[in-house]
Design a protein around this ligand. Structure first.
Ligand SMILES: [Zn+2]
Length: 225
C-alpha cells in the first residue's frame, strides 16, 4: 500500500511505503546510504550515495528511511523525457554538513536537474513520513549546521520539553524547496510523524533498528502508459 500523494503529470508511478507493506514487494536497494548528499545516476550502482536519479523507463529507484525524510522529485527534461529522483535526507543530508555545508542533498538534486536543462518550477515533489518537529530533539550542532543554509529561519526550531531544540526538518526542506524555485502547488508531502504512528510507520528513534519505509519512483515503460 502506498500512502496517497500527488501524482506527477508524467508517466511516473511513485510513493512511500509503510510497515504494512510486504517486504517482498519493496524495491531493490541500489546504494549504500551514508547520510551524505551525493546524488548519482541510478545505473551507476553499487555505490555510496543518498540520492538516485534516472530517466530510464522501467527502472524503479528508491531509498529507505526510518525517521529521516524520503524525498521524491519528478519533472520533464527538455527532450520531454521524464526525470525522477529519490533522496534520503536526515539532518546531515539536509544540511550537507560533512560534504557541502549549506548545500544539502535537495539542493544538490535540483542543481543536477537544472544542469540537465530542467526548470525547478516544473518539478512535482513530495517529502514522505519522517520524524517531525513534535519528536525531533536535536543537539545545538544540528541547528548550527542548519544555519549554514541560506533558507534557514529561526522559527524552524523550537525548545522542546527537555530544554533541547526540536528541529522541523520537513519545514526546513520546504524552505529550501521554495528557495530553489519549486512550487508550493506541486508539493505532495505527507506530514506524518514516524514516532507518533507506530501503527503505520517504522521509527529508528522509537527503537526499531531494522524496519524501513521506502520512497520509490519509476518511469513507466511505454507498454504500461
Ligand atoms: Zn511525533
Amino acid at each position: 500500500m502506498l500512502l496517497p500523494t500527488l501524482a506527477p503529470p508524467l508517466p511516473v508511478r511513485w510513493g512511500f511505503t509503510t510497515r504494512l507493506d510486504d517486504p517482498e514487494a519493496l524495491p531493490e536497494g541500489r546504494v549504500t546510504q551514508v547520510h551524505g548528499c551525493k546524488v548519482i545516476e541510478a545505473s551507476r550502482h553499487p555505490a555510496e550515495a543518498d540520492g538516485l536519479w534516472t530517466s530510464q523507463p522501467g527502472l524503479r529507484i528508491g531509498i529507505r528511511v526510518a525517521d529521516c525524510v524520503p524525498i521524491l522529485l519528478a519533472g520533464p527534461r527538455p527532450s520531454g523525457q521524464p526525470w525522477i529522483a529519490a533522496l534520503h535526507a536526515g539532518w546531515r543530508g539536509a544540511t550537507g554538513v560533512a560534504e557541502a555545508p549549506g548545500r544539502g542533498i535537495l539542493r544538490q538534486a535540483v542543481a543536477l536537474y537544472r544542469s540537465l536543462g530542467g526548470n525547478p518550477r516544473d518539478l512535482v515533489w513530495a517529502l514522505g513520513p519522517a520524524i517531525l518537529a513534535c519528536h525531533f530533539e536535536v543537539g545545538e550542532e544540528v541547528i548550527a549546521a542548519a544555519r549554514r543554509d541560506p533558507a534557514w529561519r529561526e522559527d524552524l526550531q523550537n525548545p522542546g520539553p527537555r530544554g533541547r531544540p526540536h528541529l522541523d526538518l520537513h519545514g526546513f526542506l520546504k524552505a529550501q524547496a521554495m528557495d530553489l524555485g519549486l512550487e508550493a502547488a506541486k508539493d505532495g508531502s505527507i506530514p506524518l510523524c514516524t514516532v507518533c504512528r507506530p501503527d503505520l510507520l517504522w521509527s529508528w528513534r522509537r527503537g526499531e533498528k531494522t524496519g524501513r519505509q521506502w520512497g520509490w519512483a519509476e518511469i513507466l515503460p511505454a507498454s504500461q502508459v
